[in-house]
Design a protein around this ligand. Sequence first.
Ligand code: ADP
Length: 241
Amino acid sequence: AAADAPLLQVGTLTKTFGGFTALDNISVEIRKGERFGLIGPNGSGKTTLINCISGALKPQVGSVVFCGENITQLPPHLRARRGIARSFQIPRPFRSMTVLENLMVGLDFAAAGSAAAEEEIAMSILTRMGLAAKAAAPSDTLSQVELRKMELARAMAVRPKLLISDEAMAGLSSSEVDEVLDLLISLGEEDITIIMIEHIMQAVMRFSERVMCLDAGKIIALGAPSEVMANKRVQEAYLGT
Ligand code: ADP
């Protein structure tokens, strides 16, 4: 797979808001199946970059190429259809629905073919996420970590090629963080590419094959987690010096 074209190519991306440059000439390629960590202090441009990838924002300069297709001008729903899914920090379940129903809302009917097939697919995703026993439970009875898993399951329901995990671990205990990390790592083993935005450094270190650190809209480090963590500019950015 190493010889494959990159799944995602971000080229010379610049995004400004008024006179403020939130992203300044960002270029990076992410390969299929890669586990990629995105870090940087608050306001460094992480969310803006993810928004440019998912389509919530359009850059003034540069391109986003996904599976060889230039998607820079595509709206978010068409990017989702091409396999870009986003899972958020704050789970937003339909509270009155069961876990299974929550998942089926996001399923691709056309791909499933029938209601029975749809339910089967939803159950298989729940099983993967360790939530099969909770399928019939109303979602508002779930614990925090179960909600995060359900949020990931909902992202998986669209059968993404690229999953963007936006602070999925926030507020979890360290053993729960490990549980969610194990899940994400196992998805990577199925060739799902994952970009993880995360403030919990140990989680980023354990998860990522490569880490990119942004500061003031620029890439200040990109490489193996241990290299990036040892980088002086990264340490300074986090210390605010
Ligand atoms: P991070 O996710 O790393 O905390 P963001 O991408 O959210 O950083 O923000 C980067 C910078 O861009 C911040 O200074 C933020 O205030 C600014 N910014 C983000 N979105 C907007 C917007 N819609 N309008 C104006 N400024 C914005």
